[in-house]
Design a protein around this ligand. Structure first.
Ligand code: GLC
Length: 421
């Protein structure tokens, strides 16, 4: 068996080991439920070995969809004591199964389109995609209505956990405006992973404060908009949504009405213009809506407008040049924070390490925008990390050491779907 083949078999073992009956936990202990964007990206891995199982991952995720269209960041299908905050603390109203009360980067429509386009079982895929389409549309309408009430073309996030890049240094400034919780609570994550690789206590105290605030407001979008002290236009979520809108548009062409197609086209047009607000001349950056200022900490998410197809040739070339410059300072790309930024920490969660899922999106973006060579380098770096280190949650961009959870589902899935092909 070739080394590549052996790695792929290990990736399959990881998915099977993390399967909890139609949904996949990200990793045992640290993350014992179904997470939103993990589910989508993990489904891409399942599709390589078991198409019905990939569709099942998506339908189980959408069991958590709220009436108003919020797709929660966690679905608590089965109780577990190894994670905090659990369903009681979130106190989300009337949900069966219980869920959290914020969302996560909306990869689902992109995943459904990819599953449909690559399906060997065409009829099964058509039926599954047709069943999911109305729920995807509801979810996208929620983003554009609940999280962009002023119709600016960019959606707001009220919690660092919603961005999926929990403790990225760009959130330090807006998070400083959030008071710490006064409630005592357990750091269950530190029972699984060393504290030097996890968010600091001062960050966690503010994550928990925000959950308590949102719970007290019944997660009502208008109240969150009026009251949340943390309000950012995250370049990551916005790029992922812009890409997903395009994929949803393709699905609408097959399963939707003309009015729905026009509605989605309007979102895409709005985003196209609005993204210019996030371009700083070198890379795309998030924006603090409360303080009305750019959150100037370059990182991997700043390349994601490529993945949304929002960059012309000239901009794609400029971004490829920047990626090359970072590559000269590091063994492995793409770091979550720029290596020459003072807040770069190569081991601590989203403050420096490399994530296979983000690498896939960035590489997809470079390939899509004509920078094939950069896309190939990122793929090669990712494959080398998986081969040299294993399927960890994230990796040190200098040493390649693996950190966080081991036997991690979306890392394995990215191996099967992309890096080990
Ligand atoms: C962490 C990550 C988030 C991910 C979750 C499960 O909270 O920051 O992006 O979805 O773990 O893997």
């Amino acid at each position: 068996m070739s080394e590549q083949q052996a790695l792929r078999e290990r990736a399959v073992e990881i998915l099977r080991g993390n399967d909890r009956g139609g949904y996949t936990i990200p990793t045992a202990g640290l993350y014992p439920f179904q997470w939103n964007w993990d589910a989508g990206l993990t489904a891409l891995g399942w599709a390589r070995i078991d198409e019905p199982r990939a569709w099942r991952e998506m339908s189980r995720l959408f069991e958590g969809l709220w009436d108003d269209g919020l797709l929660p960041h966690i679905v608590f299908h089965v109780p577990s004591e190894s994670y905090f905050p659990g369903p009681e603390f979130w106190g989300a109203p009337h949900q069966r199964p219980p869920t959290s009360g914020i969302s996560q980067p909306p990869v689902s429509a992109t995943v459904v389109r990819l599953l449909l386009d690559s399906a060997r079982d065409r009829d099964g895929a058509e039926a599954n995609a047709a069943a999911l389409y109305p729920q995807l549309l509801r979810h996208h309408r929620w983003w554009h209505r609940a999280r962009d009430p002023g119709r600016t073309g960019l959606v707001v996030s009220y919690h660092p956990w919603e961005t999926g890049r929990d403790n990225h240094p760009a959130w330090d400034a807006p998070l400083a405006a959030v008071p710490p919780t006064t409630t005592a609570y357990p750091r269950r994550d530190l029972q699984h992973v060393d504290g030097s690789q996890r968010p600091r206590q001062s960050d966690y105290d503010r994550y928990i404060y925000l959950v308590e605030l949102f719970r007290s407001l019944d997660y009502a979008p208008d109240k969150l908009h009026a009251r949340s002290p943390f309000q950012v236009l995250d370049v990551g979520i916005n790029a992922i949504l812009a890409r997903a809108d395009r994929d949803l548009r393709a699905l609408a062409g097959r399963f939707g009405t003309a009015a729905e197609q026009a509605e989605i086209d309007a979102w895409t047009q709005g985003a196209q213009a609005a993204f210019e607000r996030l371009w700083d001349g070198t890379i795309y950056q998030s924006h603090d809506l409360r303080a009305e200022r750019r959150l100037a900490v370059p990182g991997s998410a700043g390349f994601l407008p490529l993945y949304a197809g929002l960059c012309d040739r000239e901009r794609a070339t400029a971004l490829a040049r920047l990626a090359r410059r970072w590559g000269e300072q590091l063994r492995y790309r793409v770091p979550s924070t720029a290596p020459d930024h003072p807040d770069f920490e190569p081991r601590r969660y989203w403050r420096g390490p490399v994530w296979a899922i983000v690498n896939w999106m960035v590489a997809d973006g470079f390939a899509r925008c004509g920078e094939q060579a950069t896309a190939e380098c990122i793929k090669a770096d990712t494959a080398a990390l998986l081969a040299n280190t294993g399927f960890y949650e994230y990796f040190d961009p200098q040493s390649g050491a693996g950190y966080g959870g081991g036997a991690f589902s979306w890392t394995a899935a990215m191996g099967l779907h992309w890096a080990l092909n």
